[in-house]
Design a protein. Structure first.
Length: 255
């Protein structure tokens, strides 16, 4: 900087900001710290600062219609006229469970029956998973679809989806993360077909059910869609779909 760029400042402040970005910006964290006052800027300078245990409650999230961002904002307030100059630097946050939290988690086995209305007694398809919570760092979602009884139901195909739901205020939108074709054609009674989604293949955040007093959320589901030639007023175009919620979390296993 040359002499013409020298200016005096009244304060030099940094802010640690966490915000939710949709059509508007909502701050859920704003920690301010004054690191200098009543000085001059005339050349490149460095001012160290730190925030002690700020307590990040949400993970950085880059969604379809919602984003969760963290940034540090440096603000210089000039002495003359009180003009403010600011610059932002964003950074990512990953929220991993502590070992004690992971050990206290309760895992539930998932077992659901899928049937067609009007033909329920002749249709018995089981969806099974050994648990309902998965570590996005290292695990795969694994389960089985078992065809117990499928008489009089001409199935043409079955698809399994890994889905994400974003809730913004009172509106929820569903998004497909991945699609898995379980079968193409009529399965046989007694068949058991495995499903598998390797989570590290996708850019995922943990499940976040209550963001900013439950105004926002990010949740995940397994959706099974059965297509068949059967058609009635009860089922739209011979298609039956069921969604089952799962919980994703982040945990770095230590030895």
């Amino acid at each position: 900087m040359n002499d013409r760029n020298v200016f005096s400042y009244a304060s030099l402040t940094v802010e640690l900001i966490g915000q939710i970005e949709t059509d508007a910006i909502t701050q859920f964290m704003n920690i301010k710290k004054e690191i200098d006052s009543d000085g001059e800027v005339y050349q490149r300078q460095s001012h160290p600062f730190s925030f002690s245990r700020p307590g990040f409650v949400y993970e950085t999230y880059n969604g379809e219609k919602m984003k969760i961002k963290y940034l540090v904002r440096a603000i210089i307030t000039k002495k003359i006229f009180g003009t403010k100059l600011s610059v932002d630097k964003s950074f990512d946050v990953k929220c991993s469970l502590e070992k004690e939290q992971h050990e206290q988690m309760i895992f539930s086995r998932m077992n659901y029956e899928i049937g067609f209305k009007g033909l329920y007694l002749n249709t018995h398809i089981d969806f099974e998973m050994s648990k309902n919570k998965f570590n996005i760092e290292e695990e795969a979602i694994e389960g089985n679809v078992k065809f117990i009884n499928i008489e009089n139901v001409p199935i043409t195909s079955i698809d399994v989806y890994l889905m994400k739901t974003e809730k913004i205020m009172n509106k929820s939108d569903n998004y497909i993360i991945s699609k898995y074709e379980l079968c193409d054609g009529q399965p046989w009674r007694g068949d058991s077909i495995p499903i598998r989604f390797y989570l590290n293949n996708y850019k995922l955040s943990p499940t976040m059910k209550t963001i900013n007093n439950s105004q926002y959320s990010v949740r995940y589901y397994i959706k099974i869609v059965v297509y068949c030639e059967y058609d009635s007023e009860d089922e739209a175009n011979g298609q039956l779909s069921k969604m089952f919620e799962i919980v994703l979390y982040r945990y770095h296993r230590t030895i």
